[in-house]
Design a protein. Structure first.
Length: 191
């Protein structure tokens, strides 16, 4: 049986990218950009899939924050000062905070929950979320695309079978990282 990794990426790449961007995005957007550079996926499709995943993930977290945010945030007792600063930033600069939250280290998952606890209107959050996701997807997919220019010559020098193993290893590592993030998320929710 011959496993065609490039065929799998072409067939399921956009869906996998979108799902990956719901939970954790930068790695997936960068890999999507590399795949676009290699011609396995279309650049525009990668941007749209990453953007859709980012929007869906943050919308889910926003509504989770809207419904259970206060209870969730109480569990982060060591980080109450940071959460307080984030709430003050949301009050002073709600648009900038919502657009920029996905670029802030440490706020990728908790940021939309904090925003959900604020008085920000859901429609306003949605519009700002779309703008932020579009900027984020464009920046990281483009970085991955240009990184592909650096990586591609090395990949092309590898034997064809070795290249498949590299893609398989990348898929396995991505799966392990995704599994770790989901477990961590569930642990935080339960903890």
């Amino acid at each position: 049986m011959h496993l065609d990794i490039n065929g799998l990426i072409t067939q399921y790449g956009y869906l996998a990218l979108m799902i990956g961007c719901i939970a954790e995005g930068e790695t997936f957007t960068l890999l999507g950009g590399v795949a676009a550079h290699e011609g396995l996926l279309h650049y525009g499709g990668v941007v749209l899939a990453a953007m859709a995943g980012g929007i869906i993930g943050d919308q889910l977290l926003f509504w989770l924050g809207r419904r259970y945010g206060t209870r969730i945030l109480r569990r982060f007792s060591k980080h109450q000062a940071t959460i307080g600063k984030a709430k003050r930033l949301i009050q002073k600069h709600p648009s900038l905070f919502v657009i920029g939250v996905r670029f802030m280290y440490g706020f990728r998952l908790i940021g939309p929950i904090i925003i959900g606890t604020s008085r920000l209107k859901p429609l306003r959050f949605f519009v700002l979320n779309v703008i932020g996701a579009a900027l984020w997807a464009l920046i990281f997919v483009t970085l991955g695309y240009f990184a592909g220019e650096i990586i591609a010559p090395w990949l092309h020098k590898l034997d064809q079978h070795l290249k498949h193993l590299v893609w398989l290893a990348a898929a396995i590592v991505t799966g392990i990282v995704l599994r770790y993030l989901i477990r961590r998320w569930n642990h935080r929710r339960a903890g």
